[in-house]
Design a protein around this ligand. Structure first.
Ligand code: IMP
Length: 200
C-alpha cells in the first residue's frame, strides 16, 4: 500500500484535506484533480452514493490513465425521508448557495421537529486503469442541532452532532472528526481493501 498514489476526483478542499490527513500515515499519496491538471465537473446522475462515486472516479481515471479515487457523500435526515442525501451539495438553491445558506435552509426545514436524527454517509470508489474497482462505505450517526456552532470543517459540519458527543463536527475539530466521521470510517475500510488488493 505504501507508495500508492491516487488522483482525488473532487474540487472540494475539505474532502481533499481529510483524505490526505487520514491516508498519509498509511503511505497513500493523494493528489487533487487540479494538481494533476484536470478540471472535470462530472455530472452526478446516479441515484446512489455508490453510483456517483464510481462516475467521478472512472471519469478521472479515463482522462488521466492513472488510478483515481472519489468520495460521494451526504447528510441523510430521518424527518426528511433521507434528504438531502445524494443531493446534499445541491440542497436548496443548489451549487450557487454557500454552505451556510444550505445548513440554514436545513435548520428551517427542521424547525420544531422533535426527531432530529441524521447520519452522514461516505461512499468511496477507486478505479484503476485496468478496470479494477475497489469500493468502501462509512456512516456516522448523530443528530441535527437547532443552531450552528463552531468554525471548523466544511459543509453541514456546524449543524451536525455525532452520536456520543455534545458538540458539532465544526466545534469538535479535525482530530476528533477524522477519527469518527463517515469519511474516516469509509477510508479505513478502503485502506483494508487496498491492502487486500495489493496482496491478491
Ligand atoms: P458530493 O459528494 O460532491 O456530492 O458532495 C457532498 C456534499 O455533502 C458536500 O458538498 C457537503 O455539503 C456534504 N458533506 C459531505 N461530507 C461532509 C462532511 O464531512 N461534513 C459536512 N458536510 C459534508
Amino acid at each position: 500500500m505504501t507508495g500508492s498514489r491516487f488522483i482525488l476526483a473532487s474540487g472540494n478542499k475539505g474532502k481533499l484535506r481529510e483524505f490526505r490527513e487520514i491516508l498519509a500515515p498509511l503511505g497513500v499519496e493523494i493528489i487533487s484533480q487540479k494538481e494533476a491538471g484536470y478540471d472535470l465537473d462530472v455530472a452526478e446522475t446516479g441515484e446512489t452514493f455508490e453510483e456517483n462515486a464510481y462516475l467521478k472516479a472512472s471519469a478521472i481515471c479515463a482522462a488521466s490513465g492513472q488510478p483515481a479515487v472519489a468520495d460521494d457523500s451526504g447528510l441523510c435526515v430521518k424527518a426528511l425521508g433521507g434528504a438531502p442525501g445524494v443531493h446534499s451539495a445541491r440542497f436548496g438553491g443548489g451549487k450557487a448557495w454557500t454552505d451556510e445558506q444550505k445548513y440554514m435552509y436545513l435548520l428551517e426545514k427542521l424547525d420544531g421537529a422533535s426527531d432530529r436524527a441524521a447520519k452522514f454517509v461516505s461512499c468511496i470508489c477507486c478505479v484503476f486503469p485496468n478496470g479494477d474497482v475497489l469500493r468502501a462505505r462509512g456512516e456516522c450517526p448523530g443528530h441535527i442541532l437547532t443552531a450552528p456552532e463552531g468554525s471548523g470543517g466544511f459543509g453541514y459540519d456546524p449543524v451536525f452532532c455525532p452520536e456520543g458527543h455534545e458538540a458539532s463536527f465544526a466545534s469538535l475539530g479535525e482530530d476528533v472528526k477524522n477519527t469518527i466521521s463517515h469519511r474516516a470510517r469509509a477510508l479505513a475500510a478502503f485502506a483494508k481493501e487496498l491492502e487486500n488488493y495489493a496482496h491478491r
